[in-house]
Design a protein around this ligand. Sequence first.
Ligand code: GDP
Length: 494
Amino acid sequence: MWRGLSALAIQAAWAPHRLCARCSTGGESLIPRSTIFALSSGQGRCAISVIRTSGPASGLALRSLTALQEPPPARKACLRLLRHPCSGEPLDRSLVLWFPGPQSFTGEDCVELHVHGGPAVVSGVLQALGSVPGLRPAEAGEFTRRAFAHGKLSLTEVEGLADLIHAETEAQRRQALRQLDGELSQLCQGWAKTLTKALAHVEAYIDFGEDDNLEEGVLEQADRDVRALEVALCSHLRDARRGQRLRSGANVVVTGPPNAGKSSLVNLLSQKPVSIVSPEPGTTRDVLETPVDLAGFPVLLSDTAGLREGVGAVEQEGVRRARHRLEQADIILGVLDASDLSSSSSCSFLDTVVAPLVEQSNNSGGSGQRLLLLLNKSDLLSANAPACNTALPPHLLLSCHTGAGMDGLLQALKTELAAVCGDPSTGPPLLTRARHQYHLQGCLDALGHYRMATDLALAAEALRQARRQLSHLTGGGGTEEILDLIFQDFCVGK
Ligand code: GDP
């Protein structure tokens, strides 16, 4: 029963909290004692807005606004009239949900109010909550921070949640969801287990080395486990750039001689007039970039100046910038005019840009920059006179005017993007942030020290250090600054 209980008694009765090791990482020094509230759905007029609270006084807040005699059934929606606790004025008829801790998103007592989305309703309910003793407005990311403090989410899961909120493409959403589901932290936990076992073996040897009771070959087993772990870490680190590209977008750069149709292609792929299209050569000078969703992958698409020599100072600067951008590309779309392949600008492009890229790709086994060579303006070719001379590297025929060949280009781009970003539907969990890479590298370095260690005490210390790095990755012993940096990606109400 709610009735007759003082605010404190309700708090005590309704807020059983477990203490947890992460308590000191929240904005408040121990497990947060205050109760926060915020609008958790988007701002502005809408059909339904969700307002939520988290903290020990959530039950009191619900009782104050609904005058409920009994606590509502946990995690079940029920319809209630909300009133202002001071004036008694009706505010809205809303769906009310009660999530007693620890089985809630934050691990604390939480309330969700699904109210009608008009600004006056929302501000009225927020004001009413503000008048309940012990409640204060939440800061950005504070709900998630509390979930982390109560051990409900690991740090990599928190990052997954931030990425999910910001996901703009299908691939980003898939990747973020996998991270939120804990795949990366589970992987780290598995690695940490291996290290703990190896450490136990080394320490056992330190303590009972001469003891006959110690199983034979414990040190050799630890060495083998550490070796296998090193191989796994190396393979993940090799793939590290892929996850980061998936998070922030792959660099796709369009290049070619003037007038080949580069700007037309950029406009077509981005479905907006990013660049000026003109029969006059040399119209694009600066690098023009636009974010696009290509085949479900996030891409930063850049149009660049046509590559040619012997032009004025401004265009020369454009060509210099284009070459610089080309160096940063993950995928290069090299565009040629199919009806003009023997011109000096086409030949020069094939010799100076395409040939070196093809050679580099052959030498690197496909791990370097990737090239798609496109012969545009296929509509200008007569059916009996194909563009091609056989000396050309693999290419696709395209017409920006008629759209012919676009499906093939999108398919090829999807394959290339999956290669440079990683395929979030399959494959191992990706390292999506530089932070992940940093700690895994730190772990690998420590394992290197283990191998080089001249005595067992040093070897054990190296294993401890390696374990610490993995624990930092998932948020154990995280410093305040890193946590602040991660949580600043969130909005108020999340
Ligand atoms: P850029 O200088 O390489 O960026 O080339 P633009 O996109 O500005 O195009 C140069 C000229 O070629 C413009 O007049 C375009 O209309 C024309 N163009 C572009 N794509 C095609 C195409 O597929 N077929 C034909 N016939 N003309 C094209």
